[in-house]
Unconditional design. Structure first.
Length: 367
């Protein structure tokens, strides 16, 4: 029997990649696309992410707002292939417009050997919606990794690497949380980031406040100089690395998590603090040691804008978390309304100091 997998192409490529990876073995892949999706090479992005042989694929261009056109194009394709009875179709109608999905469903519903599926949003499962069966939900066994996710959207990406180990980042976190080190004292190091001409700064040439801080936190210096990476780390990078290590302990595989990631397409480049794939959902984690003392006026708004820009500029469907060492709780122990209302509008979850401590104690949702 010949197995044919059918996908409806849209800008949200992850469901198509997942279904292709999930269903094996497949002999032939049929994609229904639109002129806009074809122009953006979305089908090719899916092929690149899944690694399937392009010679075993066919793409049909249809009108996104016409059920009739979809059915007619599918009929032309079906008749041209001279398919016999020894064939089975696995049809994924998750992507595309509603009218495209209706057209595909109507056409393949009449084929006796077709199974039609749908992947719900935010659930790690796929559902058989035709033929009608008692057990229609199936867990997605395949786990999408970061590389496959970004490639499926036509993005190039590069991961960074932690500068220091988890033990040191955790030590800094504990000192700040216990009040042994005031987070504002790191500002004396943060100001050094403006000295762009100097790749290294000798510790002897720092002011006394900076020297005392480095001694108190027992910073691991090399050759008694601060490099740009050291300055970045002490300006907040340590907090990013702490959260990175924390979530790395949850996913337990470097394929599904990255720190200091640069992504870009033909027009735009963006930098992400931490990216995680969990249960085939993409999470973007942004870290700010503090939301106070904002020179520009509103760090929270700027951070939320950056998080939502991923969808606008790259088409990525994300869940976004914002981590901060500030205590943002009101007298009732809830995130202050001025912060929570704004974050809710844009679907951003905030973990403040209390939230992070709850994470460490297993009292808060990780994802």
């Amino acid at each position: 029997m010949k197995n044919v997998l059918v996908s409806i192409v849209s800008k949200q490529t992850a469901p198509n990649v997942l279904f292709i990876k999930e269903k094996k073995p497949i002999d032939y892949y049929l994609f229904l696309s639109t002129p806009k999706m074809a122009k953006n090479r979305v089908t090719q992005n899916i092929i690149n992410a899944t690694g399937i042989d392009k010679n075993n694929t066919e793409t049909i261009i249809v009108q996104e707002d016409s059920v009739e056109d979809v059915i007619n194009k599918l009929k032309e394709f079906y008749d041209s292939q001279l398919f016999g009875d020894d064939i089975k179709f696995f049809v994924n109608i998750t992507g595309g417009t509603k009218l495209m999905s209706i057209g595909v469903y109507k056409f393949f519903q009449e084929k006796g050997t077709a199974e039609i599926y749908y992947i719900p949003s935010d659930k790690n499962e796929y559902r058989m919606i035709f033929p009608v069966v008692t057990h229609k939900e199936h867990k997605l066994e395949y786990k999408l990794n970061l590389e496959e996710y970004f490639v499926s959207y036509g993005l190039t990406f590069k991961k960074g690497a932690p500068l220091h180990n988890y033990a040191y980042a955790k030590e800094l976190f504990d000192k700040v949380i216990r009040g042994k080190i005031d987070i504002d004292r790191f500002e004396v190091i943060r100001k050094l980031r403006n000295k762009k001409s100097k790749k290294k700064i000798e510790v002897e040439k720092l002011d006394e406040e900076a020297k005392i801080l480095l001694k108190e936190i027992e910073y691991p210096l090399k050759d008694n100089v601060l490099t740009k990476n050291d300055i970045k780390y002490l300006s907040g990078g340590w907090f990013e690395e702490f959260i990175f290590y924390l979530y790395n302990s949850y996913v337990k595989n470097d394929k599904y998590i990255g720190i200091n990631i640069t992504i870009k397409n033909e027009n735009v480049q963006n930098e992400l603090d931490i990216s995680v794939i969990h249960d085939n959902i993409f999470y973007n984690l942004e870290c700010k040691t503090t939301l106070k003392n904002d020179i520009k006026g509103n760090i929270l708004s700027e951070t939320i804008y950056k998080l939502t820009a991923l969808s606008r500029n790259f088409g990525l469907k994300t869940k976004s978390f914002l981590f901060t060492l500030d205590d943002l709780r009101d007298e009732n122990g809830e995130i202050e309304e001025i912060h929570s209302s704004r974050s809710r509008v844009f679907g951003v979850r905030i973990y403040d100091r209390t939230g992070i401590l709850n994470l460490l104690e297993g009292k808060a949702e990780k994802f």
